[in-house]
Design a binder for this molecule. Structure first.
Ligand code: GLA
Length: 412
């Protein structure tokens, strides 16, 4: 059982960054200008609310993408070209490579993992007065891909903070979040909201990020897991999820249509759902759309309640709200899947205080809030349940709330 990821420790993080810088030097023949890192995230609660201008409560995790970067100068051959390499290589062998000419970037012109740095270069180049030269980049990441923990956003955020520093753009966190969202929406073609980038940029060790996705006003709410003897367990079901098409886009479109029908700019403008009294305006919608809207309203309310529980130190109350969120995502929003439901039920049956799918759904990961002494018990129970159902063995590990994106100072 992995209790802590190494990069939670400053020394281990610097060692990793120095190793990346050395590999960069071997690969490109000169040292990078610097190394930056950006974490993945889990969402404690507030799912499918971000693109409805709503409320979310994610935290940055102690698994991060790291990029070593060097800007090309006029004397470099091929100054306009970005050369990328990643340690995400087949068979763990060599690097995987990508390249593009910054001035020729257009949506769809780069695919694979190179689309994430390319999308960032594309949106920055579109800002008035900003010229993005070619650059060399080496990526290494400890955020598992395809697990719904925002591995791609971590790459985008690491790239944008590196370019922001090196080009002296002076963009603040909300600016950087909105730009990376545009990279994802306009260049990569995934219609995602703004939660993941924001968590990666603004997360803080020891806390969850209470974010208003309309204004991008945020507050770090302490999440004192160790003080309460608790852990957050991630259960990666290994079921592939994709946000670029299908269910995610359909849910988003359905919310937008509902807002139009109800005469509001976004679902955020509707009164927050009262648990006891169903909102009468839902009668104007067909039954399926009404369920979708009810989820969004309930979820916004449950984010506010979770923040209150955290302020009161009532972590078992937080667990109950997490489970209620899963039920709403499963039954009203219909973005769960049998494997996620199984992971949640198995964790709850084994004693978790609360459990829910995290992220966009349709696969990916569930999280469970558990007593740290029950780690092995919950883990074994989930593994046994998956084996009994003949399912792929899930990956199970703990995560801690970590600091958001930053430059890593290398030793001299
Ligand atoms: C994905 C998206 C986010 C958000 C969640 C659902 O993670 O990237 O913007 O919409 O799904 O809450």
């Amino acid at each position: 059982m992995t209790l802590h990821q190494p990069e939670n420790n400053e020394h281990a993080e610097r060692t990793r960054a120095e190793r990346l810088a050395r590999r960069f030097t071997e690969l490109y023949g000169h040292a990078p200008d610097g190394v930056w890192c950006a974490p993945g995230r889990v969402n404690l609660i507030g799912e499918h609310t971000d693109y409805n201008d709503g409320l979310v409560l994610p935290f940055a995790i102690d698994r991060a993408a790291m990029v070593a970067m060097r800007l090309k100068s006029a004397s470099d051959p091929a100054v306009g070209i970005a050369d990328l390499a990643s340690t995400y290589a087949p068979d763990g062998g060599d690097f995987s490579h990508a390249a593009f000419t910054v001035a020729e970037l257009a949506p769809g012109s780069v695919d694979g993992w190179g689309a994430y740095p390319a999308g960032v270069a594309y949106v920055l180049s579109g800002l008035g007065g900003v010229v993005v030269p070619g650059f060399e980049l080496l990526l290494d990441s400890s955020v598992p891909t395809g697990a719904g923990l925002s591995s791609s956003h971590a790459v985008e955020v690491a790239t944008i903070v590196a370019l922001n520093d090196l080009l002296g753009l002076g963009l603040n966190h909300p600016d950087l979040a909105r730009l990376t969202q545009r990279a994802e929406n306009e260049f990569v073609g995934a219609p995602t909201g703004i939660m993941d980038q924001s968590a990666s940029l603004m997360g803080r060790a020891g806390g969850a990020l209470f974010l208003d996705c309309r204004t991008l006003e945020s507050e770090v709410v302490p999440l004192p897991l160790a003080e309460h003897g608790l852990s957050v367990l991630v259960i990666d079901t290994k079921v592939a999820h994709s946000h670029a098409h299908g269910g995610y886009a359909a849910r988003r479109a359905s919310c937008e249509r509902a807002a139009t029908t109800l005469g509001v700019t976004s679902l955020r403008d509707l009164p927050t759902a009262d648990a006891a009294a169903p909102a009468p305006f839902l009668d104007a919608l067909d039954q399926e759309t009404a369920r979708r809207v009810r989820h969004v309203l309930t979820e916004n309310r449950q984010v506010l309640e979770t923040v209150e529980r955290l302020r009161d130190g009532d972590l078992s109350g937080v667990g109950k709200l997490m489970t209620a969120s899963h039920v709403s995502l499963r039954d009203d929003y219909e973005v769960s899947c049998p494997e996620l439901d199984l992971a949640v039920d198995a964790a709850l049956n084994a004693g978790a205080l609360g459990a829910r799918m995290t992220g966009g759904g349709f696969g990916g990961s569930a999280i469970a809030l558990i007593d740290a002494t029950q780690l092995d018990q919950v883990r074994e129970a989930v593994l046994r349940t998956f084996a009994d159902h003949g399912l792929q063995t899930p990956d199970i590990f703990t995560v801690l709330p970590a600091d958001g994106a930053r430059r890593i100072s290398l030793g001299s």
